[in-house]
Design a protein around this ligand. Structure first.
Ligand code: SF4
Length: 453
């Protein structure tokens, strides 16, 4: 191959380019900045009964500790509105400063007016323009919510949803399509109506006293390709910050893949200032899964760093025992448990890379590429687990699964404490949604970890 061809071949293997973030107006939500060049913010929503202040505050704190930088609660009935100030107080008492967002449908104008302490305690109101009222009442009730927000100095999210789209707008656009013989599909019309609903509602919010830097927009739909089309259109027509999410994504692999495949396309194009992954949890499942998914999505694209990444092979016929899977799972869980504390203590720890591999085929290679990696023995291999630290074989572990797990965790703790400098107070709280600090300058590897057998 000549040099010209070689040069082209190399450039073709460059990583997927991520386009610069689309410029948007910055909106301050509590202590978190959304848009305006700030890092993309992760948010989630509780599924507790909001009237249960203790339970809802508890879950909000859990979600925030898992990485959710804003937490939304439904405010659907007077009892829920009455509980909001206590939820906020409990969060603050626990040291959780994640902004609290109220989700309103149908009666937001009533609840926010009758419960002024709720209006004051919330950091943002989500309004669904399709669920504010019908006919002339819709604009009037939407304006009431906007005015409460303006009086309290709060931002709003105008959250259009395909499942509750303003039907009068849809009928008008369908009729126009027929009358003018435009030949548009019903999906195209629905997509356009979502964008129009968001833009018209933004105008109404501005006319009701809100400023541009108090309005975030979303247009959620459950079909990935339509989500991409809608947000491309929306981002071309407004500079309000956009909240991104595939609504009603569903359960398990389906919810994860459908969310990631659509949101990744948009994020790679620089579209989206805050995201939520709307997973349906299994009965009794962990609500934090949606937070982990959102963080992983941003981290996979290189847009944010939240937690150390664990490279683990899928296992195959060479791994006939479950030790390898159990160790990989336990290390992942251990990191999640330790991250809140590590993040408070150490600068740049979220950049840490680990590997837990199942045999010698790819184990040593992946382990060397990680900061700290372990390669377990495959079937028929010597029962020894080489551990690599910063690309060099540091030690070999032997023993039962419990002993291996404990020894690897101890090495991990030692590595984190030695490698990452203490977080300075000036760098801010890591759950603040403040700009990423970026990777810390690596500290020297401690002598105890430089064991080469
Ligand atoms: S590293 Fe080994 S155990 Fe893991 S998938 Fe590859 S061959 Fe299988």
């Amino acid at each position: 191959m000549d040099e010209g061809k070689l040069g082209r071949a190399v450039s073709e293997t460059e990583a997927l380019p991520i386009r610069a973030r689309r410029p948007t107006v910055g909106v301050r939500v509590g202590r978190v900045l959304v848009g305006g060049g700030a890092p993309i913010v992760v948010q989630s929503m509780t599924n507790t009964d909001t009237a249960d202040a203790e339970g809802t505050a508890g879950q909000s704190i859990e979600l925030a500790a898992a990485g959710s930088e804003m937490v939304r609660v439904t405010v659907n009935v007077p009892e829920a509105a009455a509980a909001v100030p206590e939820i906020k107080r409990r969060m603050l008492d626990a040291g959780c400063q994640a902004p609290l967002i109220g989700d309103f449908h149908y009666n937001g104008h009533v609840l926010l007016t009758k419960f002024p302490e709720c209006a004051r305690a919330l950091d943002k109101y989500r309004i669904n323009p399709g669920n504010v009222g019908k006919g002339a009442r819709r604009d009037e009730q939407f304006a009431t919510i906007s005015k409460v927000a303006a009086e309290n100095g709060k931002p709003v999210r105008i959250g259009v949803n395909a499942g509750s789209l303003n039907q009068e707008l849809v009928m008008r656009k369908m009729q126009e399509n027929t009358d003018r013989d435009l030949g548009r599909t019903s999906e195209e019309i629905l997509n356009e109506c979502m964008v129009l609903s968001a833009l018209e509602s933004t105008e109404l919010a501005l006319a009701s006293g809100l400023r541009k830097d108090q309005i975030i927009i979303s247009c959620k739909i459950s079909r990935p390709r339509d989500l991409i089309a809608i947000y491309r259109d929306l981002s071309a027509r407004t500079d309000q910050p956009l909240h991104l999410g595939l609504t009603e994504a569903g359960m398990g692999a389906k919810g994860l893949i459908w969310s990631a495949s659509s949101m990744a396309v948009l994020l790679a194009e620089g579209i989206g200032d805050t995201i939520r992954v709307s997973l349906t949890p299994r009965p009794g499942g962990d609500r934090r899964e949606e937070v982990y998914a959102a963080c992983e999505l941003l981290q996979a694209l290189g847009l944010r760093s939240f937690a150390p990444s664990v490279t683990a092979c899928p296992g195959c016929g060479r791994t006939t025992s479950s030790t390898f899977q159990e160790l990989a799972e336990r290390i992942q869980d251990y990191i999640r448990d330790r991250m809140p504390e590590w993040k408070r203590q150490y600068e740049g720890v979220e950049e840490l890379k680990l590997a837990v591999m199942g045999c010698i085929v790819n184990g040593p290679g992946e382990s060397r590429a990680a900061n700290i990696g372990i390669s377990l023995p495959g079937t028929g291999e010597e029962p020894a687990c080489p551990v690599y630290i910063d690309g060099r074989k540091a030690t070999t572990l032997r023993g039962t699964y419990e002993e291996l797990s404990a020894a690897f965790r101890a090495l991990l703790e030692e590595y984190v404490a030695a490698k990452y400098p203490p977080r300075s107070p000036a760098s801010g709280s890591p759950d603040s949604g403040s700009p990423d600090a970026g990777p810390a300058a690596p500290a020297p590897v401690p002598e105890t970890l430089r064991i080469v057998p």
